[in-house]
Design a protein around this ligand. Structure first.
Ligand code: PDD
Length: 281
């Protein structure tokens, strides 16, 4: 029986109930994190916890548990569900209140966690994926990892409806990120990705990739690039907790491009796997 975690309790999933007045339900008023589990161990947990706290603080609430307490709950849940390779989702909403745009500051946040066993998408990492380019219609605080993801889910649906695996979003001419991934290009041996501003989620995988690039003497720049520049790039890949480093072979939609999977992408994929082995095995 799969278990989930609600506030202080671990319970069977089919007994789990969310309060009707949860502001997460009314307004998408909450934050979340997805943490990868390899070999039964969390990968980059500390960074995810810091981002969760920051997201909540940006929305003017604080988590009801310390980082240590959250990590203990999370560890108990993956052990109970016997997750070896997969994820844990940890979500915190502002709490319960009669529907009202104006939130109270006295609410008790509702914290939930669930796990998913999932293998690494090796085939996609080997062969690459197709992206579908769409206008980025999201709000201007994409750096907050909120559960309110309508722009992202609409972009993802459009990608799937056009036989693509993931969306690539652009604000005007500037590429921002995927629907649930960050985007990188390589041009003349230099790695480029959008700077960590309010327009993208500051991906934990993205951050690790930049430090691996530094370590392996791959020149990199946090510099925004246009659709035109992306179309002319030598390589493109997307990154996330769930997709790690996945090469892109084709873009369709508001711009079109074809890429072969290049040496920089392969080198970073290899460095990334070494990092996982070092941290979790
Ligand atoms: N998505 N950009 C967006 C909009 C995301 O939702 C995500 C993560 C990323 C990559 O961030 P990270 O490397 O920290 O996972 C970028 C998670 C995995 C999700 O699908 O919910």
């Amino acid at each position: 029986m799969e278990h989930v975690w609600i506030n202080n309790k671990m319970i069977p999933k089919n007994e789990a109930v969310i309060p009707f007045n949860d502001r997460g339900y009314y307004f998408g008023d909450g934050v979340y994190e997805v943490i990868r589990i390899y070999n039964g161990r969390f990968f980059l947990m500390n960074k995810h916890m810091k981002r969760l706290q920051r997201s909540a603080a940006e929305l003017d609430f604080s988590l009801p548990f310390t980082q240590d307490e959250i990590e203990k709950h999370a560890a108990a849940l993956i052990s109970k569900n016997n997750v070896k390779d997969g994820y844990i989702y940890i979500q915190a909403t502002r709490g319960e209140q009669e529907r009202n745009h104006l939130y109270e500051r006295s609410l008790a946040p509702v914290v939930t966690g669930f796990t998913k066993e999932a293998p690494v998408p090796l085939e996609k990492q080997k062969k690459g994926i197709t992206l579908y380019a769409v206008e980025d219609i999201r709000w201007l605080r994409c750096d907050i990892k909120t559960i309110n993801l309508l722009g992202n889910v609409m972009a993802k649906r459009k990608a799937e409806d056009n036989q693509a695996h993931e969306a690539i979003q652009h604000r005007g001419n500037i590429i921002t990120e995927g629907s649930s991934t960050n985007v990188f290009i390589v041009q003349q041996g230099i790695l480029y990705t959008h700077p960590a501003t309010n327009l993208i989620l500051h991906g934990i995988t993205r951050e690790l990739i930049l430090s691996l690039a530094e370590e392996h003497a791959i020149p990199w720049k946090e510099e925004a690039f246009t659709m035109h520049e992306a179309a002319l790039a030598d390589e493109m890949f997307v990154s996330s907790t769930t997709m790690e480093i996945t090469p892109v072979t084709k873009v369709e939609g508001t711009f079109s491009a074809d890429y072969s999977i290049g040496t920089v992408t392969r080198k970073l994929q290899q460095a990334f796997q070494e990092n996982i082995r070092h941290e979790c095995f």
